[in-house]
Design a protein around this ligand. Structure first.
Ligand code: HAM
Length: 412
């Protein structure tokens, strides 16, 4: 018989890994909460049009698309910004703005799987809806930096603005502009130069490559000349400086998605290879495409799985485990004792098989630090036998004293 495998590009997570993921997720939730962001949830699948309306039909090849039984074209969400803005138009238009929302959710992209690139992956994302200021943009950048720092990875945060590139590309056809952004997004300078040579725009190619290499505002502005967004851009960076945010100016950031309109930013983990982008985001406008009013918005998503790869295996302090072995006469008291131990917050496991106490003890010893042995005598006297499985020491104690003894000991 052939063994059934999980779908390509997906993963199973064993308990050790899940515990680590939940721990990091917890750090991110806590930070989002302290900045005033509250959790939302949207459907795992949406009408296909939600994703093609801005990005065009081309994106269909990268998505899980299906027809439902009613003949409607649906897609598993490849990201959550469009769903969240659809939700905002459907449910949130009357709420007081700015809205500060976050999500932790899985996304689906039909990509060629490799390390750090999966077909099902998780994003921890943030959307701030209805504010239009340099401070609003600075807020999401600062929060992104704090979240990645809390997750314990080494990374660099690159902040750019599409206005630089837009001003250089303004003379081109929209199709050529899109192509240029694509090369820049892939950091493919050779491709960029080849393409621009083929349309007779060699000079532009070299200006774009120089722009992508700029690391300070004066040199970026010297390439673009005065642009309408200049004051706003300067204000944003001066707020980031005032707050002591660690970032690099990077006017070469183009972002793969089509909806960004101004500030754009990405973070790269220092210890990852090709798929080192652990976060992406920026300012965008989407609400008007979904039937709402034009609404300035800003956000980012952390590629949660890449953060976990970057962190690597971190050993955690294992929780203390108490295993309970009992004779048939002691079972009722053993069940009560187990409840008391759990109420005290201790991880407590009953020996589920094994006829004799000896057999049960050897089962319990596979995972537990302490064994609680309960036979007729213990049950009659209202006591328990507590055995420290690490030292072999054994004591007869009242239940409360046994709980105190375990709680007072050091985990492995
Ligand atoms: P994105 O850059 O497409 O942006 O995705 C955000 C992050 O998700 C990436 O930086 C990467 O870490 C992770 N990611 C993307 N694809 C995969 C994959 N196949 N496997 C593992 N991780 C992946 C967005 O999705 C925007 N919605 C972000 C945003 C929110 N912009 C504004 N608000």
């Amino acid at each position: 018989m052939t063994m059934i495998q999980k779908p390509r590009g997906t993963r199973d997570f064993l308990p050790d890994e899940m515990e680590q993921r939940r721990e990091v997720e917890g750090f991110m939730r806590r930070i989002a909460g302290t900045w005033g962001y509250r959790e939302i949830c949207t459907p795992e699948f949406e009408e296909l049009e939600l994703f093609t309306i801005r990005s065009g039909e081309g994106i269909v090849g990268e998505m899980y698309v299906f027809e439902d039984k009613g003949g409607r074209m649906m897609a598993l969400r490849p990201e959550l910004t469009a769903p969240v803005l659809r939700m905002y138009v459907n449910e949130g238009r009357t709420l007081a703005k700015p809205l500060r929302w976050y999500y932790f959710a899985d996304c689906f992209r039909y990509e060629r799987p490799q390390k750090g690139r999966y077909r099902q992956f998780w994003q921890f994302g943030v959307e701030q809806i209805g504010a239009d200021s340099a401070l609003a943009e600075a807020e999401v950048i600062m929060m992104a930096g704090e979240m990645l720092a809390a997750s314990g990875i080494s990374f660099s945060l690159h902040v750019g603005h599409l206005a630089f590139m837009r001003s250089l590309l303004s003379g081109l056809e929209p199709g050529d502009q899109k192509k240029a952004r694509m090369f820049l997004d892939k950091k493919d300078n050779q491709g960029l130069e080849g393409y621009f040579a083929s349309i007779g725009q060699e000079d532009l190619a070299s200006s774009l490559t120089s722009l992508a290499g700029c690391r300070d505002l004066p040199s970026a502005f010297s390439l673009t000349g005065d642009i309408p967004e200049k004051d706003r851009i300067c204000e944003l960076f001066s707020i980031l400086d005032a707050a002591g945010t660690r970032y690099e100016l990077d006017p070469g950031i183009a972002r793969g998605l089509d909806y960004y309109s101004g500030m754009v930013f990405e973070a790269y983990a220092e210890n990852l290879g090709a798929e080192n982008q652990v976060l992406g985001g920026g300012t965008y406008r989407l609400a008007h495409l979904f039937g709402g009013e034009e609404t300035p918005s800003c956000g980012f998503a952390v590629g949660f799985d890449r953060v976990m790869v970057s962190r690597g295996e971190k050993s955690r302090q294992a929780a203390l485990v108490v295993g309970i072995a009992s004779t048939p006469e002691g079972l009722e008291y053993a069940l009560a004792a187990a409840s008391r131990f759990r109420e005290a917050g201790l991880r407590t496991e009953l020996a589920l098989s094994g006829k004799s106490l000896g057999q049960q003890l050897s089962i319990v010893a596979r995972s537990a630090d302490f064994a609680l042995i309960i036979g007729k005598r213990e049950s009659d006297e209202g006591m328990v036998t507590l055995k420290d499985l690490r030292s072999g020491a054994q004591k007869i104690l009242a239940l409360d004293d046994a709980i105190a003894e375990v709680k007072g000991s050091e985990p492995r």
